[in-house]
Design a protein around this ligand. Structure first.
Ligand code: UDP
Length: 263
């Protein structure tokens, strides 16, 4: 399999074509953005960690019956994925109130929600990803009713599975954002909904159970420092990073390769 030309470059990832039909390469960059890209930085090693963490989480979800776009991780920064037609909606699940929910509706920070709250945002950088209702999705034909019904169910199941994974390693899954795409199933001759994009500390809020220390992108948004150490902590607790590796001492992508445990 050969890597072809760049098809798309986003804020944190690049998609490349391959010579295999229906397969593309997803490359994880070190770039971080926040507040609709008003705040930008390059955080050395972030892409490597997100690649590995997202691979682990999507593989685990796949084993639990959630179809995903992931085929396999290729190397430190790249994954082979199924090319999907991305639905232009960000699906956000909240278990604890924080971030835009507290700002928009005045809900107290840290309120435990009685049941998970699912929100929809229109994926459009120029408009700043505005919050929308299901009716907007149907009115503007961003997805069909049957697709959203499937996605809603899958999303709630993903929340249950991820909450279990993180609780088991002493982390509260506060909220997260996921995306879905359509992939053509040749045998069934239908479009299948698959979980796409990534699930990582860039797209989740993760708080240590005991100390409530933030182990996610809020460290960047709020200038809390030690971003890589926090992402590394998540990988270490997931047991996907060798104990002896200290990422803060590793020069990513340059001379010293970081080895991850084989599954
Ligand atoms: N999120 C994301 N990408 C976005 C917007 C949100 O990954 O473009 C994630 C974010 O990391 C958090 C959840 O979605 O885990 C809810 O984010 P919120 O709406 O509170 O966003 P804020 O405006 O506070 O970043």
């Amino acid at each position: 399999m050969n890597k072809g030309k760049k098809l798309y470059e986003g804020k944190a990832k690049i998609i490349y074509s391959t010579n295999e039909k229906g397969l593309v390469i997803q490359h994880f960059k070190d770039d971080a953005t926040a507040f609709n890209a008003l705040k930008k930085a390059n955080i050395e090693g972030k892409g490597v960690l997100n690649n590995r963490i997202s691979e682990y989480l999507l593989n685990t979800l796949d084993q639990c019956g959630i179809p995903t776009h992931l085929v396999k991780r290729l190397n430190m920064r790249e994954q082979l994925i199924r090319q999907a037609e991305i639905i232009p909606v960000e699906f956000v699940v909240r278990n604890i109130a924080t971030g835009s929910l507290t700002k928009r509706l005045g809900i107290s920070e840290g309120t435990i929600l009685e049941k998970p709250l699912l929100e929809y945002y229109y994926k459009n950088d120029e408009l700043g990803d505005p919050i929308i209702s299901k009716e907007h999705i149907y009115s503007f034909e961003w997805a069909k009713k049957s697709e959203i019904e499937t996605i809603d169910q899958m999303t709630m199941r993903i929340n249950d599975i991820l909450q279990g994974i993180f609780r088991g390693i002493g982390i509260k899954l506060v909220d997260f954002k996921i995306e879905y795409g359509r992939v053509w199933n040749k045998e069934k001759e239908i479009n299948e909904i698959v979980l796409a994009d990534e699930i990582s500390p860039d797209t989740c809020r993760l708080w240590d159970i005991k100390t409530e220390k933030k182990l996610d992108k809020d460290r960047f948004r709020k200038d809390l420092g030690n971003i890589i150490e926090a992402y590394q902590e998540v990988a270490r607790r997931l047991n996907i990073m060798p104990e002896e590796t200290n990422i803060s001492e590793v020069n990513f992508g340059k001379t010293i390769p970081l080895k991850f445990k084989k599954k």
